[in-house]
Design a protein. Sequence first.
Lengths: 303, 427
Amino acid sequence: MSETIRRMKDLPSTHLLGTGTPMCSGCGGLEALHQIYDVLGENTVFVNAAGCMTLLSVYPFTPFRGSWLYTAMGSAPAGAQGVRDALDILLQQGRLPPEDDLQVVVLTGDGSAYGMGMSATSGAMDRDLDFIYICYDNEGYGNTGQQYSSATPHGATTATSCGSRGYPGYKKDLFSVWSAHRPSYVATVIGSEPLDLAKKIEKARDMTGPRMIIALSPCPTGWDYDPKDSVDIGKLAVKTGVWPLKEYENGVVTHTRVPRDRPPVEEYLQRQGRFAHLFRPERNEELLAEIQDRVDHYWEEVV
Amino acid sequence: MAPTLLTGNVAAAWGARLARVDYVPAFPITPQTEIIETLGAWVDSGDMPGRMVTLESEHSMLTAAGAAAATGVRVFSATSSQGLLHAMEMIYTVAGWRAPFVLVNVSRGLASPITLEADHNDVLAARDSGFLQIHCADCQEVVDGVLLAYRLAEDPAVRLPVMVNLDGFYLSFTREPVNLPDPAEVAQFLQPFDPGAIRFAASAPESQAVAVLGGSPYSYFRYETHLAAQNAVSVYGDIAGEFRERFGRERGAVEAYQTEDAEVVFFMMGSFATKAREAVDRLREAGQRVGLLRPRLLRPYPADIIAGALEGVSGVAVIDQNLSVGQGGVLHTELSAALYGREGAPAVLTSFIGGLGGREISPEEFYQMAAVTRQAVETGVTPPPRLLYTETELREIRKLQSVALVERDETSPRGGAGKPPGEEDKQ
């Protein structure tokens, strides 16, 4: 674990998360979690909020070699607070040997992270809780059939935004909301960029305090595409500039990948049924241009 | 040790301190706040070891409390009223985790309308959750109740969270003489928390609170929780016996006062039961055979003990300091269910709602409730449930309404006065 990950060949070769989970085939969240777990290791306790990944541990099975605690949709970070504080108390009292200590990891979807769990997350950062937060962001309430959440991108159709303009709101900038709390670390990752992901998780693993990770999670069932395309769609999200890979540390935001010669965003959009209405029966030039402009504007600010 | 004058809140804090709690997740709410302020001051001064953290809501506070207990430390927390309801999802959830810890609830009426003083709708909203409930009538019982609660919660045959209830204002802010038990004696009575195998440690991975699919495993775990709660009746009896031996105070599942030869018995819980006790004394002086039965333990419901204490009693006046809207009093419903079909059970259970939001129940009202119940016994006709309210109170409310109407009509530009007929309805 102490070796630093620099190249693809440095990525862990042992895979810790068990197979045969009830996640959908092609789940981008599970793809990211596999990689994250390999870096974090089994001396972890995952504190989970209601969402797709609640189904990872269904009695009597679990894919984790370490521990697990399911809480509720709105308060997984508070569960992490209780576990972390209790572990610290036990360590301090000598009732838990140091080698029995655990990394406390919150695992929630975007529905919890961007919405119901936000005050609990804010509170955990206020209190400088020593924990890692993993948000698998599939841009909607996926476990209930992909209704829109505040992580849903502008224009996407969901089960509750099926009109011709899709979701009228704009994806909340959770990275900035979290960074405004000045936690130890905030990063965006995606499973289709394993080296970037592993470097960030390794960095987070070796820090203390609140370490906040948002993993964009391509979702075949929610985004409506063939499960085999998850990696391609993930790569396109990065290449087109829709999903900026970046990190926040000590008040500074650094982009870990600045995409050169970005292909048009529509190359990403047209692969997904949730954006089909932008292309058929006719191209919605206005909305496509708006989405492209917002991405261009973002990167103009960065460079 | 000489008694000390303590508020119910400080008594609750002493209970936690004497129980040597490791962890206090907290959130302020009137009338509970003095408990966490007291504990916070002790933790800061070093008088009390342990860690305290203020969460950003009661929902998070309960989550942290359950999670810490599930990790293996002794946890104390406190809330009240709206806070308990805000946390309600986690009240059910952590009980299902079988996380043993103690939560003090300082009873306060629920919105709407929003208010501050005591009634039991808050704590009774949690009655089906899996939390066990101990109800206190005075400040001494608060200290004792917290210590009993830890023994009950942590008993391997029970392993459930326990709520200790005291009434807002009437106990929370009222100083009474309290005998603080000797810490060394408490340490004998209450050993350190042993979480067994249910905890988190790297060398012993554990999945807690996992999902189940389907009604069969769900029912299994729910039944397990229920059976554990039922175990708590006899476990509580043993613990209360040991408590009496060690500390000399009777803390049984019910308090039976002057019930042995009683014809009519008041049945109620909490601090207002001390008013009933006083009324019993006055009525006894007047030659009436009246008694009081007060459950300390409400969950699990000690049905057999209650039924035994009421054997031979003709009529029970059930006084509910709560209101199940559209149904009536919760204690009355539960007592009826517990007694129905039992041989020797009282023939008459009258129902009275009183004390909502801290409304006083006067001695005259107690005398009246006894008289109504006796009359029901004599005639064999049980009157409909009665909502206690006096003509004077109603007159005062009418005055307030008059003021409100005058203020509205005279100050609002859209006021009803002076408008054409029908206009005032459009406000």
